[in-house]
Design a protein around this ligand. Structure first.
Ligand SMILES: [Ca+2]
Ligand SMILES: [Ca+2]
Length: 76
């Protein structure tokens, strides 16, 4: 996939983060759906491993600041 801008990533993040729980954060399930639907090529690494890498503050959810650098690296 081509480089994705921060704006586009934010739209994708929000679309899935809104589905349940905290609307500003991705749960592990929301991240799994996001990756499967939007970035199917990324799923080579398990979503569990990606989630752990993203969740820097270990609160069990992924906010946009945690999401962006890791997804950018994965799709870049
Ligand atoms: Ca959520
Ligand atoms: Ca977190």
């Amino acid at each position: 996939m081509a480089k994705t801008s921060t704006e586009e990533l934010r739209k994708v993040f929000s679309k899935y983060a809104l589905k349940g729980g905290d609307p500003n954060q991705l749960s592990q399930y929301e991240l799994k759906v996001l990756i499967e639907k939007e970035f199917p090529g990324v799923a080579k690494a398990t979503v569990d491993a990606i989630f752990k890498e993203m969740d820097k503050n270990n609160d069990g959810e992924v906010n946009f600041e945690e999401f962006e650098p890791v997804i950018t690296k994965l799709i870049g």
